[in-house]
Design a protein around this ligand. Structure first.
Ligand code: FES
Ligand SMILES: [Fe+2]
Length: 336
């Protein structure tokens, strides 16, 4: 039986985009199970480590994102440019203190997307399959973050992920938000445990408005419609026309009916002929709609009775829920 700890430890997880942390000291902090993980720009090198001072376990960072230094408030241990600095080093046993280091995770890149893993069972490319090339291409069309949003979903992470894989609920749950795009049936493709759903936007006037702003962007090979990419096990990446990407992590917590939810709005690269702020309003309103969609999703997810969930069941699953069948099959293969 595969546990949430194994799914976390043995897979690669998409934790961010290079342009989200452009300057030295920029960081992100994410919770998963009982741990906190930090993504940190250490003078150009991207590090991922446990938010835990190796001396006596004090947290380095308390905010979810920002700019700072890796410096422990308790006894002054700090980390910079690849080195741990320990005040009064001569007071410690040399053979012990020389072994002290940050507890770092393995990192790898898919284009400009940063992945990290604690103890990967396979290489990143192997895990992503054909999604690797798609993600790399997307990553080169992104420049910066417009929004960071996090809270706790009151449901198990599998229920939250299945909700993300389900397009059947859109007209009911998102009538006033995502539903306005009038999405077509999805075209689903599967890459190992991952899946990609491409939708057309069938509301002609919405579609036309979206096409009109394409000149503001300098992006290539992006899906001209709505796209939802699922990266097994905990991550979704969704976009409309590639103008922005919503990166969502649904990390398990120690409590089975709570999920650490993080969403970020990543901005599409802009056409250099327009001032950088031209699309600020567009990104702000996209972020607002996305936040509304997540709140609607959260509200419905917490209404699902946890005891009803059965990873082995495919009963009453429609064609619009076939990605859920794929997800459950993968979990079953892994012995969940
Ligand atoms: S716990 Fe961090 S320096 Fe002591
Ligand atoms: Fe939804």
């Amino acid at each position: 039986m595969i546990t949430d700890v194994e799914l976390r430890n043995n897979y690669w997880h998409l934790l961010g985009h290079r342009t989200e942390l452009p300057e030295a000291g920029a960081f992100l902090k994410l919770n998963w199970l009982s741990d906190e993980v930090v993504v940190f720009n250490d003078h150009g090198e991207m590090l991922v480590f446990d938010n835990l001072c190796p001396h006596r376990g004090t947290r380095f960072f308390n905010e979810p994102y920002g700019k700072g230094v890796v410096s422990c408030p308790y006894h002054g241990w700090s980390f910079q440019s690849g080195k741990l600095h320990i005040p009064c080093r001569d007071k410690f046993k040399p053979e012990e203190i020389n072994e002290a280091r940050l507890n770092t995770l393995k990192v790898d890149w898919c284009g400009d997307f940063l992945f990290a893993s604690i103890q990967p069972a396979s290489g990143l490319e192997d895990q992503l399959g054909e999604s690797y090339a798609l993600l790399a291409s997307i990553s080169f069309n992104i420049n910066g973050r417009a929004d960071f949003n996090s809270y706790i979903y009151d449901c198990n992470w599998k229920i939250a992920i299945e909700n993300g894989l389900d397009s059947l609920h859109t007209p009911y749950v998102h009538a006033e938000s995502l539903g306005r795009l009038s999405l077509s049936e999805p075209v689903n493709t599967y890459h190992r445990a991952n899946s990609v759903a491409n939708f057309k936007i069938t509301d002609a006037s919405v579609e036309k408005k979206l096409r009109l702003i394409s000149r503001m962007f300098n992006i290539s090979d992006q899906h001209e419609g709505y796209q939802s990419i699922y990266l097994f096990p905990f991550t979704m990446l969704t976009s409309t026309f590639g103008y922005s990407y919503s990166l969502q992590n649904f990390f398990p917590s120690q409590e089975s009916n709570k999920t650490f939810f993080y969403s970020r709005l990543l901005k599409g690269c802009l056409n250099k002929n327009y001032p950088a702020s031209t699309m600020d309003h567009f990104f702000a309103s996209t972020a607002q709609v996305n936040r509304q969609v997540f709140e609607e999703d959260h509200a419905i997810c917490k209404k699902i009775a946890p005891q009803f969930y059965d990873v082995k069941s495919t009963q009453f699953l429609s064609v619009d829920e076939e990605k859920i069948i794929h997800f459950r099959k993968i979990l079953q293969t892994l012995g969940a």
